[in-house]
Design a protein around this ligand. Structure first.
Ligand code: ZN
Length: 158
């Protein structure tokens, strides 16, 4: 287990479409453990593998007081509603922006044992699911910013 360096813009790995995990072996288990350690150290509520330089479809999410979720090869199967949220990203340090996200998101994925899981996220979890799944497609929240005045520099690091 190790805390790894979080890649930030303009690192090209953040813009690559991550590859599907075909075999959940020891290297994937180590990757997940490292991602969890790195997320905790940041601290953050979610991390996608490209953020530590690994272009594979793996993400972890841990909202305050909630159980840790590990997602392998996740896909959004349904989105509902729309709301404006303030968003930031460990890979875009020093900024925050306002974008539209869904209110509820349904995702299917595999867990770290390779079992198929389905989960439904509302509000903050929906938000985190969309954010982390975007990372796997090389998309950052700043791509959803509709006008320059919706992105601002933070005077204090969050
Ligand atoms: Zn992010």
């Amino acid at each position: 287990m190790a805390v790894l360096k979080i890649r930030t813009l303009p690192d090209p790995v953040l813009r690559r479409k991550a590859k599907k995990v075909t075999k959940i072996d020891g290297s994937i288990q180590k990757l997940i453990d490292d991602m969890i350690d790195t997320m905790h150290a940041a601290p953050g509520v979610g991390l996608a593998a490209p953020q530590i330089g690994v272009s594979l479809r793996v993400a972890v999410i841990e909202l305050p007081g909630e159980e840790l979720i590990t997602l392998i090869n996740p896909a959004i199967i349904k989105k509902q509603g729309e709301r404006i949220v303030a968003e930031a990203c460990l890979s875009v340090p020093g900024y925050q922006g306002e974008i539209k996200r869904a209110v509820t998101v349904k995702v299917k994925a595999q867990d770290r044992q390779g079992r198929e899981i389905r989960l439904k996220g509302e509000e903050l979890l929906a938000h985190a699911l969309e954010h982390e799944l975007d990372h796997l497609n090389g998309i950052l929240y700043i791509d959803h910013i509709e006008s320059p005045d919706k992105l601002w520099k933070l005077t204090q690091q969050l």
